[in-house]
Write a protein that binds this ligand. Structure first.
Ligand code: NAP
Length: 327
């Protein structure tokens, strides 16, 4: 496969972190949630990502119940100095209890979780360590305090949070600098624009939008009748039989813009995020998930596509019209 040259722009991680590629790679689907995977193609996709200037590779301890971290280990070993590896703790599901979706933010849980992730990833230090989900039961001082101790101990370089409110982000940042905030952000899901992004911009926190392609929906794939039992999207409201058709009519507007420009809907979705980030003064590194080199190339190219004001205006009403909640 040939690889066109892409000059990947760079964005600073947090207020004192390294400059990293303005697009990262979500690795979750390589192990779980989105149906059958081709391991060899996933591995080739990881290697190609480095060639394309992608630095940030996103996993979590619960993806594949640890299997995703283990899957990444050989790739990390080979590319350790050229990549930023991000993982997350918080969900308690494990091979013994795969359906236990409880969340634990207690210091003792965090201390055990980081050691498990370090071992599975095969590294001495995790570059970016996120709290995957926060629960009120544990005071922020305790959980962020425990995360900060991991930095002092040399087990973690930078701290991140996922899906928190603006006030939680501010409170956490006052305890220890937060480098990155990961939340869902896309043409269809814009909740963080109101309060969270302004707070992150003010604090120098990098925004890492997850599911920037709406879990594949914004790419124009209909998934009608195509979601297998091992595909979690069959349970997601936006993909339900009653909502999917209406949502695909909204996606048709993205497809119209794409075809008029000679680009793909996925590229429109990612270029929209970059444009919206410039408008909101947000440092942004989206992490589209793909397991295929051709899609990776397509997505990476979007980091330099500029949408016009007219194109942005046409996309503006879609989030309010989408049917079904984001999960
Ligand atoms: N913090 C959190 O709570 C949280 C939640 C969800 C996800 N995440 C992270 O965010 C990452 C990305 O989110 P996501 O994977 O849920 O959703 P996404 O990036 O919005 O979409 C991924 C889906 O789009 C397909 N796709 C990717 N590029 C494409 C293209 N150019 N054309 C057509 N289809 C394309 C992928 O299929 P193929 O793989 O077959 O190409 C996959 O089905 C995950 O990998 C994970 O690391 C974090």
């Amino acid at each position: 496969m040939t690889s066109q040259m892409i000059t990947m722009p760079k964005v600073q991680l947090g207020h004192d972190g390294p400059m990293i590629g303005a697009q990262g790679l979500g690795c979750m689907g390589m192990s779980e949630f989105y149906g059958q995977t081709d391991e060899a193609e996933s591995r080739a996709t990881l290697e190609r990502a480095v060639e394309l200037g992608i630095s940030l590779f996103d996993t979590a301890d619960m993806y594949g119940l640890g299997a995703n971290e283990e899957f990444l280990a050989p790739f990390i070993a080979k590319n350790r100095d050229n990549i930023v590896i991000a993982t997350k703790f918080g969900y308690t599901r494990s091979p013994e209890n795969p359906n236990d979706w409880s969340i634990d933010n207690r210091p003792e849980f965090i201390r055990a979780a980081v050691d498990r992730s370090l071992k599975r990833l095969g590294v001495d230090v995790i570059d970016l360590y996120y709290m995957h989900r926060r629960i009120d039961a544990v005071p922020l001082e305790e959980s962020i305090g425990a995360m900060a101790e991991l930095v002092t101990a040399g087990k973690v370089r930078w701290l991140g949070l996922s899906a928190v409110s603006a006030s939680e982000l501010r409170a956490a940042h006052a305890i220890h600098p937060i480098a990155a905030l990961q939340s869902e952000w896309s043409i269809f899901t814009r909740d963080i624009e109101k309060d969270v992004i302004p707070a992150a911009s003010e604090l120098g926190v990098t925004i890492v939008p997850y599911s920037p392609l709406g879990r594949g929906m914004l790419t124009g794939q209909t998934f009608a009748g195509a979601l297998t039992d091992d595909d979690a999207r069959q349970n997601f409201p936006r993909f339900s039989a009653e909502n999917r058709e209406a949502n695909m009519q909204l996606v048709a507007r993205i497809e119209d813009i794409a075809s008029a420009r000679g680009i793909t809907p996925a590229q429109v979705a990612l270029a929209w995020l970059y444009a919206q980030s410039r408008k909101l003064n947000a440092k942004t590194v989206p992490i589209p998930g793909t397991r295929k080199r051709n899609r990776l190339q397509e997505n990476a190219s979007a980091a330099t596509i500029i949408l016009s004001d007219e194109e942005m205006a046409a996309l503006e009403p879609l989030a309010d019209a989408v049917r079904g909640i984001a999960v």
